[in-house]
Ligand binder design. Sequence first.
Ligand SMILES: Nc1ncnc2c1ncn2[C@@H]1O[C@H](COP(=O)(O)OP(=O)(O)O)[C@@H](O)[C@H]1O
Ligand SMILES: [Mg+2]
Length: 383
Amino acid sequence: MADEKIYCVDDDEDILKLYQVILKQEGYAVTEISSGEKALEQIYQKNPDLIILDEKMSDFSGMEICARVRDDKTLPYIPIIMVTGINSREGKIKSLERGIDDYILKPFDHEELLAKVQVMLRIKRLYNDLLKTRQDLLKAERMAAVGQLAAAMAHEIRNPLSIISASVQYIKNKKTIQDDHREMMATILRKISEIDGIIRELLVMARPIKLKSDIIDLNVCLQNVSGFIREKCLAHGVNLHFKFEQDLARVRGDEEHLQRTFLNVLLNALDSMPGGGELYISTRQADKDTVCVEIKDTGEGIGKEDIEHLFEPFFSRKISGSGLGLFMVKMIIDELKGDIKVDSTPHQGTTFNIFLPGSKDKICLKPREAIADTKNIRKGSER
Ligand SMILES: Nc1ncnc2c1ncn2[C@@H]1O[C@H](COP(=O)(O)OP(=O)(O)O)[C@@H](O)[C@H]1O
Ligand SMILES: [Mg+2]
């Protein structure tokens, strides 16, 4: 409630004080505005959640202000309560028709004012939720369309690419070729293999995801996945730390897709620590129905401006990144009715929390397995 901004606009100082007393008591953030001109200025700057507007002021009428706010399509919907001294039926109907949401008759009753404020703020909240849902839907549609298009292109690109690759390979193996040209050919082949990798990822995504519904022990799944990155951790000077909740609910899902999900997040974490660092992998029972996997690194972190784009296809800050890893992660987690949250501080590190619905069965990871695995990984210690 405290972060909902109410603008009270009236050229009578006493009435403004009265609003302040009544509404502040209830915990609302109230801004007093003593003229129509100032009101228009501030509405544009700060987008309030509700405007309580006097009908007659010395510079602007309440109706003029309302008309400007409603005509301006750059402004979001802001509920407006008009405060009027004249109880005229025609006046009320006219003002409702012109975009006023409700009105209060002077001298007003405190309880009536509070009740109307609550209703208007509730409508504003619903409006905000609706707007957000609409934006999310549009984004999801765009993402799906981009994914399909990219997949179609991937099919088309793969054939000519394999012919280029075979031809370059043939030339490279010729005895007559100069050494520096042979090196160039090797670079071309490496780059072709990078492109092929991106295409493979695209094709995986384009396949309609038909997830298996195995019962999965996330502790074991994560141990298996961490095996894939063990060498890379050693090479990069990254220490792995595990903390597995012993009494963790199993999840229902497709083991291969879940491994792919965790691997993508782990590889990104490793990429963010080229000079070494700490990588923490942990599981916990977030609540009785939800299991959480936390992957935390002490890497370069992610700038605020990038966070909202992380899960979009082709968003990458890496020279040879595909920008498809987290897009795929999000798709898989959505499919499993889970959620993923990112928390990051530039130059300090990033934490990904992956929430998945737990199934009813419980598991118990044998403690010895977990400890043995932790010891195998250089200097890894429990958090
Ligand atoms: N743990 C992390 N630390 C820092 N940046 C990250 C991390 N995870 C993801 N990112 C950022 O998100 C971008 C998108 O990741 P991803 O979709 O996997 O694509 P890619 O790894 O191919 O770039 C990365 O390029 C990187 O900038
Ligand atoms: Mg990646």
